[in-house]
Write a protein that binds this ligand. Structure first.
Ligand SMILES: [Zn+2]
Length: 149
């Protein structure tokens, strides 16, 4: 049976700040992110299954990504652990959703982290094909399984 790709789109609002960056993203600011999650696999040929003809129920994919990715990042501030600890602690004591990352929170690093998270929660027989993370109307980062084998 043919392999098929399916994609579901998500949105979340997130702030970030890039340490030692030489542009405007060195200031705390936000983006309306769009995340496209593409899976690849063979649709179920089990006629007795309610998931007959599906790779993964879009409803299940939505629940997985919402619970483990978008709910976590939505309306959060991402700040690298390389920032001054006093600043990080001040932000954490003042605001509810401050996510301290062991990496510079660029779209590139974020899409890699999201891939790792989604793969860890996917059923074994379903493969993540690629992710596209759009930060602005004209800029996005992509992760492809074939680039990371
Ligand atoms: Zn930015």
């Amino acid at each position: 049976m043919s392999k098929i790709r399916i994609t579901k789109q998500f949105t979340f609002e997130m702030a970030h700040v890039l340490k030692d960056y030489d542009g405007p993203c060195k200031n705390i600011h936000g983006h309306s992110y769009e995340l496209f999650v593409t899976l690849i696999g063979k649709p179920s040929n089990n006629k007795n299954s309610p998931k007959y003809g599906m790779i993964m129920d879009f409803k299940d994919l939505k629940a997985l990504v919402k619970k483990n990715v978008t709910d976590y990042y939505d309306h959060a501030l991402l700040i690298s652990d390389k920032h001054d600890p006093a600043v990080i602690n001040s932000l954490k004591s003042s605001f509810e959703k401050v996510v301290v990352t062991p990496f510079q929170p660029t779209s590139e690093n974020l899409v890699r982290e999201i891939a790792r998270t989604i793969i860890s929660f996917l059923p074994e027989d379903i493969e993540l094909h690629n992710l596209k993370l759009r930060e602005t109307a004209t800029a996005y980062a992509e992760w492809f399984a074939e680039d990371n084998q």
